[in-house]
Design a protein around this ligand. Sequence first.
Ligand SMILES: C[S@@+](CC[C@H](N)C(=O)[O-])C[C@H]1O[C@@H](n2cnc3c(N)ncnc32)[C@H](O)[C@@H]1O
Length: 236
Amino acid sequence: MNQANGTLYGIGVGPGDPDLIPVKAVKILNKVDLIFAASSTKNLHSRAVEIVRPHLPETARVHMLSFPMTKDPVQKQESWRRHARTIIGELRRGRNAAFITLGDCLTYATYGYILQAIREISPATRVITIPGITSYQAAAARINLPLVEGEQSLLVVSGAEGGDNLRRACACAENVVILKAYRNTTDILAALEEAEMLPASVAISNLGMADEKVIQDVRELAELRPGYWTLVIAKK
Ligand SMILES: C[S@@+](CC[C@H](N)C(=O)[O-])C[C@H]1O[C@@H](n2cnc3c(N)ncnc32)[C@H](O)[C@@H]1O
């Protein structure tokens, strides 16, 4: 690695409102040579790109990296390493690049895997990470609800596989955020009931989007079949 190599900036762009991007991130996005963003192999759409678009000059170079929607660990690893090599290739040409991620880039985000692959392939790569506002911070702000207070604890879990993460850990925390609460909602609701958290739980879908929905009675999730952009803030 020589002095001429570029820097990679990992940037969290917040959950939806373009005004919720850190000033530092906007400054960096306006000076890098290119911007990488993740999409699925099914389409090249990226909400992260939509969020940063108002802050970018028309000439900004955006490079989509498509990731397969698969649970196969070998395929996933292969795509992280392939994309890490693409990014490293640009940095080695002396270009500075950003990798943008929805919400915070170190919270349930592809950037974490890319970072690990870059460290393995090219450990001397200069990487600077700029944190973003997470979806659950913005959701709590949206409904003016304190996330955690005094001596309480806050637990953040994935609901993608249902309520078991909540069951395992809820004894330790008075406040729980469930991200990826878009499927297995019946089991998530059962776990919330077991933890006596059902009455004080709120779900938010599509925060910051035209079809944003605040679901005060989370039991409605069972019928609503919410989309991917759904989270629950639960309290004892
Ligand atoms: C892979 S995680 C990404 C988390 C993100 N990096 C963050 O800092 O919030 C995706 C989950 O985040 C939550 N999420 C992200 N954006 C959201 C939004 N605008 N509205 C509701 N939930 C959102 C949903 O639970 C979604 O399933």
